[in-house]
Design a protein. Structure first.
Length: 169
């Protein structure tokens, strides 16, 4: 078994490495994602709704574009097809959406929001908006606008990487 030799950093370098890690964008984005997930989950549970952020995103897109296929939905919510299929499975089992075989392409499935899905979507949308505000509660309006613009700009620069990953999934 080959193992790499362990390297002991001087204590000052260890502290620097930890401090550096806490300023890395990947680390900060992961922590913000954890916080946003906890805020969303907590708010939905508090209000008695069983829906995840990804399920909400799927309902949003299906509501706006009834009859779209699963591959298009996967692209719209930036998830791979397999994961999106699981999301639709859960939404379908809850009676929130339905799949219909595409008449022109028997391999494709068209997605439609059910009445219960429409009602849930309408009910939780104001809470989802509140959750978004809570995620950025430490920022003033100008800072929020700047942060969102910068995140969008950064994602535009690296977004093809995630789209390639989604296509390969």
């Amino acid at each position: 078994m080959n193992s790499l030799p362990s390297v002991e950093l001087p204590e000052s370098d260890q502290v620097l490495a930890v401090a550096e890690m806490h300023m890395m964008p990947g680390h900060l984005l992961r922590r913000m994602h954890q916080a946003s997930q906890a805020i969303f989950d907590g708010e939905m549970a508090r209000r008695g709704h069983d829906i995840t952020p990804v399920q909400y995103a799927a309902l949003s897109v299906i509501s706006e574009r009834p009859g779209l296929d699963q591959a298009t939905l996967a692209t719209a919510i930036a998830f791979d097809r397999a994961t999106t299929g699981g999301v639709i499975d859960r939404l379908e089992s809850k009676g929130l959406v339905r799949r219909e075989v595409d008449r022109a392409d028997r391999r494709a499935r068209r997605l439609y929001i059910e009445k219960a899905g429409e009602e849930l979507f309408r009910t939780v949308t104001p809470f989802v908006r509140d959750v978004q505000d809570r995620m950025l509660q430490g920022l003033d309006p100008a800072e929020r606008k700047s942060l969102l613009a910068l995140l969008e700009k950064a994602l535009d620069a690296v977004g093809e990487i995630s789209r390639q990953s989604a296509r390969n999934g």
